[in-house]
Design a protein around this ligand. Structure first.
Ligand code: FAD
Length: 385
């Protein structure tokens, strides 16, 4: 919201915000429409983002990253969302920098970190994480993809779907069973380097109702051989635990995306209703408009206040997964409701994709589905009752 300063902001972050805003306006915004038509962000753009410091901002400099904190990641994500790029580069970079790079940083062996993180920070290696399969999404323990040890290799067989960065990915962190008889304890993460993986195949770049510039794909693994050195962390059976520990940050970053979109919707709509006239007066003069937008702004401010508070806890190392789950479900739910109400004020124009509010409406819906569905969030919260 204009005039609001988050308590975790610093002068250095304000400078970063300005730099990112200028970079995106100059280098990325002019390409947005083409990327949406192509269904993917150019690889060249990823390299430019790397040069500009937009990738792996919270990865230590020793591994080629920006040496910042998650506050740096959030500033970059907020500006990406405000520039209307949240459903393309924003989503892809969220997975790449905020999720995949942090799995590597937290669990990778020193050799793995040195091998892959610098390339990820430069935009030479694009990361993806492949959990979901056609037969299982929420119930991750039931994944059927296997990674069977054969000498110095794992042999991977299975199929994944809905994988963000699926077309572009160079490094796919595959959630697979190294011991299919051991339930959650048999789950491991094996890194597939797509350039060196015969038997690895990218399926369709899936057509979605929104997020058109994001390459979301099926991936196939037919006897793909990955060296044992590619087992994340080097110890089998850690995959499920590794996935659980990172969740608080993943969910909070999703919530930040929701808050930025909600704020942007209120701002775009407030401007529109002051301009658009019906029955001889601006839409803003109708009490219905004032009440609806007052409600929307209230939701945006509540959401912002909550995520800012959780960001302070995250930076202090005290954010727990259940509270992060509250932020994820509540803010994404509010995002969808507010954008729907806002779109109504645009009348027929709100249904035209050339209007940002229409694209935001389509982009928003998935927020309640991925990063753990909102129902799964409520299950996690209920366990703390
Ligand atoms: C655009 C997009 C990008 C994505 N990116 C990735 C990615 O990069 N990597 C990746 O691995 N996956 C990704 N996903 C997949 C996403 O994480 C899954 O779609 C999600 O986890 C839900 O799984 P599912 O689709 O199999 O639904 P299901 O698990 O089949 O769920 C169907 C419905 O049942 C509900 N449900 C399930 N279990 C319960 C329960 N116990 N109690 C109550 N309700 C329940 C769910 O909430 C949901 O409403 C992406 C999805 C999309 C759409």
């Amino acid at each position: 919201m204009s005039g609001h300063t988050s308590p975790w902001m610093t002068e250095e972050l304000s400078i970063l915000r300005e730099q990112v805003r200028r970079f995106l306006d100059r280098e990325f915004v002019p390409h947005r429409e083409r990327w949406e038509k192509d269904g993917v962000v150019d690889r060249a753009a990823w390299r430019k983002a790397g040069e500009a410091g937009l990738l792996c901002a919270s990865i230590p400099e020793a591994y080629g990253g920006g040496g910042g904190t998650h506050a740096h990641d959030v500033v970059i994500a907020e500006e990406t969302g405000r520039a209307g790029l949240g459903g393309g580069f924003g989503a892809g970079n969220g997975v790449h920098s905020n999720i995949v790079a942090h799995y590597l940083l937290a669990y990778g062996t020193e050799e793995q970190k040195l091998r892959w993180l610098p390339g990820m920070a430069a935009g030479d290696l694009i990361g993806a994480i492949a959990m979901t399969e056609p037969g299982t999404g929420s119930d991750l323990q039931s994944v059927r993809t296997t990674a069977r040890r054969d000498g110095d290799h794992y042999v991977i067989n299975g199929q994944k779907t809905f994988i963000t960065n699926g077309q572009n990915a160079d490094l796919v962190f595959v959630i697979a069973k190294t011991d299919p008889t051991a339930g959650a304890k048999g789950v491991s993460i094996v890194v597939v380097e797509t350039a060196k993986a015969p038997g690895f195949r990218r399926g369709r770049n899936l057509e979605k109702i929104g997020m058109h510039a994001q390459d979301t794909s099926e991936l196939f693994f037919d006897d793909v051989r990955a060296p044992v050195d590619n087992l994340l962390g080097g110890v089998e059976g850690q995959g499920f635990k590794q996935l659980m520990v990172q969740l608080a940050w993943e969910r909070l970053s999703c919530a930040f995306g929701a808050v930025v979109a909600t704020e942007r919707a209120v701002e775009l709509t407030s401007d529109y209703v002051k301009d658009r006239k019906a029955f001889g007066q601006p839409l803003m003069n109708f009490q219905n408009t004032q009440f609806k937008l007052a409600e929307a702004k209230t939701q945006a401010v509540i959401a912002r206040t909550f995520v800012d508070e959780l960001m302070m806890r995250l930076l202090a190392g005290t954010l727990d997964p259940a509270t992060a789950a509250m932020a994820k479900w509540w803010t994404t739910d509010a995002q969808c409701k507010v954008i729907d109400e806002c779109l109504q004020f645009f009348g027929g124009y709100g249904y035209m994709t050339e209007y940002p509010i229409a694209r935001m409406y389509a982009d928003a819906r998935v927020q309640k589905i991925y990063a753990g569905t909102n129902e799964v969030m409520k299950l996690l919260i209920a366990r703390t009752l």
